[in-house]
Design a protein around this ligand. Structure first.
Ligand SMILES: Nc1ncnc2c1ncn2[C@@H]1O[C@H](COP(=O)(O)OP(=O)(O)OP(=O)(O)O)[C@@H](O)[C@H]1O
Ligand SMILES: [Mg+2]
Length: 396
């Protein structure tokens, strides 16, 4: 491609009005169809603004994937902060996704760095929490901590976070927590002790057809220029959303169709594009998590996908995947780690639900066992394409 061609491509008309509004982290100005949830959050947390004591309120939001847990929590946080400021209450909203912060210490260290400008090195979690809380008291501030994908922390750590008010004194704990987790993931970590520290549990159900349609119409108005997408097409996407009970699927279809139209120079989205895009979206697959994996985890995942692709069986084993992992590390001139570390990455990918593993006995007489690794949410071939794209951007 020469510069002129480059310029011509660049100046092509786009179907998007605001493409970034279809990004994962986008929070719309209006949140439709979650009024009940927002009301419940308001009535629980309003005491922080209204009462001098500023109590600690801990709430959990659960629900299946793509039902709007994250967007609802972020929408609440954003607006709660505005109202608080109007009432002269200084509230800081801190959002953490445990995919990026995989332990309680990591979260606390981040808060410490932000609020006290210290590195946090040399402090225990306990000391760090005390420093953060006293800083909040001095500044008359209050933190609403939103912790997403909370199941990735150990139950012990979840409990310790929820227990801050009890351990440090209610008058000192200028902090409340909003936890988010998929229902199934939460079931694995829930304990009586944890439950005893929750003020309320809110469960979100998937959107029905009318709700899906309303949300999609609103999102398309923000994302696309007039005339790009007809009502018929939005209705078709709403049907797909209801089938899977997952709004992310719909948003992904919109994004993919928009990108495709721009690339091919179409000025509107067709039913065929939707069908094509829908086939490429794997509603239960967490593309957003893959984006955040570290290099070694990415290579390990590549090794697993590659070895699944070359095997007859629907699963692979550690030795095989490890071999492929070594090959891909070499391709990109990256140091490969020893098998024990590789096993650790496999475990982490399993915890993140990107792969699935099970231990199987291979021989009745000997005590032989091996780990079978498979992928449930996306065909290995598709995942490899996605990883190739990431690697290209990252390492070349
Ligand atoms: N009520 C709504 N209004 C507008 N957009 C919504 C609404 N509910 C969900 N969405 C959009 O649908 C997508 C999925 O929502 P979200 O990420 O909040 O789901 P989730 O329940 O957190 O899923 P997961 O468990 O997979 O993290 C996001 O792009 C979000 O912006
Ligand atoms: Mg979420």
């Amino acid at each position: 491609m020469d510069e002129n061609k480059f310029r011509a491509e660049f100046s092509k008309k786009s179907v998007f009005r605001q493409a970034s509004s279809l990004d994962f982290s986008y929070v719309p100005d209006t949140l439709y169809c979650r009024d009940e949830t927002i009301k419940e959050l308001i009535h629980n947390f309003r005491r922080i603004i209204e009462e001098d004591m500023q109590p600690t309120i801990n709430i959990l939001i659960t629900g299946k994937g793509g039902v709007g847990k994250t967007v609802t929590a972020r929408y609440f946080g954003k607006n709660f902060r505005t109202i608080a400021l109007e009432n002269n209450v200084k509230i800081f909203i801190e959002y953490f996704n445990c995919i990026n912060f995989r332990s309680k210490s990591k979260i606390i260290r981040e808060l410490l760095a932000k609020y006290t400008h210290g590195s946090g090195r040399g402090f225990s979690d306990d000391e760090a929490i005390k420093l953060i809380l006293s800083k909040l008291i001095r500044d008359k501030g209050y933190i609403l901590l939103i912790i997403d994908e909370i199941h990735l922390l150990k139950p012990k750590e979840v409990w310790a976070l929820l227990d801050i008010a009890e351990s440090y004194g209610h008058q000192n704990a200028k902090l409340s927590i909003l936890l988010i987790s998929r229902t199934k993931d939460w079931m694995r970590i829930e304990t009586e002790r944890i439950l005893s520290r929750l003020n309320s549990k809110i469960k979100l159900s998937p959107y029905n057809y009318e709700e899906s349609l309303k949300i999609l119409k609103y999102r398309t108005e923000i994302a696309f220029k007039d005339g790009v997408i007809s009502d018929d097409i939005v209705e078709m996407i709403a049907q797909i959303v209801v089938q899977h009970g997952n709004m992310r699927h719909g948003i992904e279809i919109l994004r993919k169709c928009g990108l495709y139209s721009d690339k091919e120079g179409f000025d509107h989205i067709t039913a065929d594009m939707v069908r094509e895009a829908s086939d490429q979206v794997y509603p239960t697959f967490r593309g957003d998590i893959v984006d955040k994996l570290n290099d070694q985890e990415l290579f390990a995942l590549y090794g697993i996908a590659q070895s699944l692709l070359t095997r007859e069986e629907p699963y692979t084993i550690v030795d095989d995947a490890f071999e492929q992992y070594n090959i891909i590390c070499e391709t990109y001139d990256m140091d490969s780690h020893v098998k024990m570390s590789f096993r650790k990455y496999v475990r982490q990918l399993d915890e993140l639900k990107i792969i699935a593993t099970k231990t199987v006995r291979i021989n009745e007489n000997k005590r032989g066992r091996h780990l079978e690794i498979t992928m449930l949410d996306i065909p290995p071939k598709k995942l490899l394409e996605l990883l190739d794209n990431i690697f290209e951007k990252k390492f070349q």
